[in-house]
Ligand binder design. Structure first.
Ligand SMILES: [Zn+2]
Length: 116
């Protein structure tokens, strides 16, 4: 069931709220997800509310430069990104959410570079 969660980076500069269902958690084997070690959730544009302006985050792009990977410029934690396969949506790092029992998640493994 979708629920509202508060999210943040490690230092607290980046804050957001998101509506999602942790039971739909995913782990992706693309090059960047692998190195970040993120557990991710896909949400629509209106399900993510930024409490820190996007301009205050650092943007990382590579290859075709369609996906937008944002991270905190202070502590370096990746909080969310715009996926290449659906740039109008968001992919959120579930490890950044308060109140999600990470140990209880059984993320579905997805393949390819859908989220890079
Ligand atoms: Zn930070």
């Amino acid at each position: 069931m979708k629920q509202k969660y508060e999210g943040s980076c490690h230092c607290g500069k980046v804050r957001f709220e998101v509506q999602l269902d942790p039971a739909e958690a995913l782990v992706c084997d693309c090059s960047i997800c692998t190195k970040k070690g993120v557990i991710i959730g896909r949400v629509d544009e209106d399900e993510l509310e930024l409490l820190t302006p996007l301009e205050e985050l650092t943007l990382y792009q590579f290859n075709k430069r369609i996906a937008k990977h944002y991270f905190c410029p202070v502590c370096g934690i990746h909080t969310f990104n715009r996926p290449r396969s659906a740039p109008e949506r968001w992919v959120v790092n579930l490890r950044c959410l308060a109140g999600v029992d990470l140990a209880a998640l059984e993320p579905q493994q997805i393949h390819g570079s859908a989220f890079d």
